[in-house]
Design a protein around this ligand. Structure first.
Ligand SMILES: Nc1ncnc2c1ncn2[C@@H]1O[C@H](COP(=O)(O)OP(=O)(O)OP(=O)(O)O)[C@@H](O)[C@H]1O
Ligand SMILES: [Mg+2]
Length: 238
């Protein structure tokens, strides 16, 4: 933990994509500070840069300009190997589309990433079992993704994101593909993980997430804006 309790600090973050003749500025000089132990609900219209920002926080992508520091590590200064270690040790990533391996059981899906952390086989399966229990799927360990509901698949994906005990959980619309009640139970699960001491950043369109979040943060055009500016833009039809 950094001395100023800021767990994530971004300064002047820019991410530009060149598509033929067109330049898209996904992040436009964004500054932010996420306090250790907070739970951010990040909201914003489609194309405002939410996923881009999450990828940068997770070390899955690099900014065009600016710096990002997580837990005292300047991600922009890390080489590819060090960035891979950062992703594995610090970050749990949860996607809207679950991203499970279809041919593997729930248990195997959760155990799988521990191979890369060189965890012995027996321990991989013991830990995967414990994690599936923790997300309420003790009775679905041997089911394949197609034999699980959407909400259950997302629980498997969350269990998988926890294998290396990450201090940061990044979730990109984790309830976006779920019905309202499954979505609600996923929010409660994220809230439990937050209560267990993790820093959580969730991109969401669901206003109910604000009930669990310590901070509701709004994005427009690649920047973080105050709620008043956000509401005014929505009214203006942005
Ligand atoms: N790999 C890429 N190549 C080119 N342009 C990209 C790429 N990724 C994102 N963009 C562009 O950057 C902008 C921000 O995209 P981003 O995916 O971050 O938006 P978002 O806020 O997550 O939107 P949504 O709510 O639809 O998921 C968009 O205009 C998008 O088209
Ligand atoms: Mg997105």
């Amino acid at each position: 933990m950094t001395p100023n309790t800021s767990f994530i600090q971004a300064t002047g973050l820019n991410r530009t994509f060149q598509m033929g003749q067109t330049r898209v500025q996904a992040l436009a000089g964004l500054d932010l500070s996420v306090e250790a132990g907070s739970f951010w609900a990040l909201m914003g219209p489609s194309g405002s840069g939410k996923s881009t920002l999450l990828y940068l926080m997770g070390g899955l992508d690099r900014p065009t300009a600016g710096t990002i520091v997580v837990d005292g590590q300047t991600l922009t200064a890390l080489d590819e190997n060090a960035l891979a270690v950062y992703r594995r040790r610090t970050v749990g990533f949860v996607f809207q589309s679950f991203n499970l391996v279809p041919s593997l059981s729930a248990l195997e899906n959760v155990a799988f990433p521990m191979r890369f952390a060189r965890v012995p086989r027996r321990e991989r399966f013991q830990r995967a079992q414990a994690l599936l229990q923790r997300v309420g799927l003790a009775d679905r360990m041997y089911h394949k993704p197609t034999e699980l509901s959407g909400g259950q698949q997302q629980r498997v994906a969350i269990a998988r994101s926890l294998v290396n005990e990450p201090s940061l959980i990044l979730a990109d619309e984790p309830t976006g593909n779920l019905d309202s009640s499954s979505g609600h139970s996923i929010m409660q699960l994220l809230a439990e993980l937050h209560a267990g001491g993790r820093t959580v950043v969730v991109v969401t369109h669901d206003p109910r997430m604000a009930n669990y979040a310590t901070d509701t943060v709004h994005m427009l055009d690649g920047r973080i804006v105050e709620e008043s500016e956000y509401q005014a833009a929505l009214v203006a039809g942005d």
